[in-house]
Write a protein that binds this ligand. Structure first.
Ligand code: NDP
Length: 311
């Protein structure tokens, strides 16, 4: 039973082997491009951004585990073997890390640190009046594996939390909005927008001029989902007009973000390098081991990617 690994670079293979040796005894762990592996012996693949076409070369592949929660790096492959199920990374540590990122960045904007940061550059001592969390409305887009725990943690901290999803989710203490028709009313009351949507054709470019102008003046925007969600020129225009007060961005269409991007030097943009939720190797290996065990025992796919709905 072979698990092919392509995440973290080939130098990480000894560490993956050490981790899986105790988690799934008997599992043979090989590097993705190992020429000595017979394609028909490969049962599992644990991958990030595999070269297009290559997953189709393994006739007995049973399960693909994505090394990240997003699967756009897999679905972009036109030859992806569609009959092989995909488990999206859903390690408890990944959820916890995103919860921390949501709390850190929402508090950053709630407490006006974006303004203090700009003032500090100008050596300007300027008090800003701030309000309590109970008077601040945070709008979370997406209540999935990562979005829901983040929204709940914000609610538990005392924020007024509302959420926008495709199907409508009933979560205690969180006001729900569902579907395209509910987007405008959702945005109208949102002061801090946190995007944790799946990346699909429907959500591409969703944080563009229409969404930004539907937010109240002075709103802040956080994107920790995918770069495809944000229309960068629209965001920059909204920041420069003052309609949007500040933004925090963790993900970009092109990563690393090119040095020429105007986002780098914008005084009211905070950039983090796709680190919102990045569990360590041990945590990811535990999830892969759980996914393999669940699949072997009764065919259960943990945190399953649903090709019909696209996430
Ligand atoms: P899930 O697939 O679990 O949840 C996706 C959410 O998006 C669901 O609530 C779903 O609605 C909603 N959604 C999908 N399509 C639409 C639509 N058309 N309109 C409204 N809502 C929609 O995703 P995860 O929680 O696992 O991941 C969230 C995002 O975070 C992904 O984009 C992922 O790539 C990204 N990510 C970022 C990381 C980082 O470090 N920055 C790390 C890991 C993931 P419904 O509830 O109705 O189904």
């Amino acid at each position: 039973m072979i698990l092919l690994v392509k995440t973290g670079g080939e130098a990480s293979l000894p560490e993956w082997r050490r981790l899986f040796a105790t988690l799934v005894p008997g599992l043979e762990v090989r590097w993705w491009a190992d020429p000595a592996v017979a394609p028909e012996d490969v049962r599992y693949a644990f991958v990030w951004a595999p070269e297009p076409g290559r997953l189709a070369a393994f006739p007995n592949l049973r399960l693909i585990v994505s090394s990240g929660a997003g699967v756009d790096h897999l679905t972009a492959d036109p030859k992806l073997p569609r009959h092989v199920p995909i488990a999206k990374m859903g390690a408890p540590e990944a959820v916890a890390r995103m919860r921390e990122y949501a709390l850190a960045t929402v508090l950053y904007h709630h407490r006006r640190f974006h303004a203090f940061r700009a003032n500090q550059r100008a050596r300007r001592w300027e008090e800003e009046e701030t309000t309590e969390a109970a008077n601040r409305t945070v709008g979370v887009m997406g209540l999935g594996t990562l979005g829901r725990p983040a929204a709940e943690a914000l609610r538990d901290l005392g924020f007024r939390v509302r959420a926008w999803t495709r199907t409508g989710r009933d979560v205690d203490g969180i006001e729900g909005f569902a579907g395209p028709a509910a987007l405008a009313p959702f945005l109208a009351g949102t002061e801090i927008l946190l995007c944790l949507l799946a990346a699909t054709p429907e959500t591409a470019g969703i944080i563009g001029v229409r969404t930004l102008s539907a937010l109240p003046r002075g709103a802040c925007v956080i994107n920790a989902a995918r770069g495809s969600h944000v229309v960068v020129p629209d965001l920059l225009a909204a920041l420069d007009s003052g309609h949007i007060a500040a933004a925090t961005l963790d993900v970009f269409e092109e990563e690393p973000l090119p040095g020429s991007s105007p986002l780098w030097s914008h005084p009211r943009v905070l950039i983090t390098p796709h680190v919102a939720s990045f569990p360590d190797r041990a945590a990811r290996a535990r999830f892969v081991a759980d996914a393999i065990r669940a699949f072997e025992s009764d065919g259960t796919i943990l945190n399953r990617f649903d090709p019909e709905r696209g996430y």
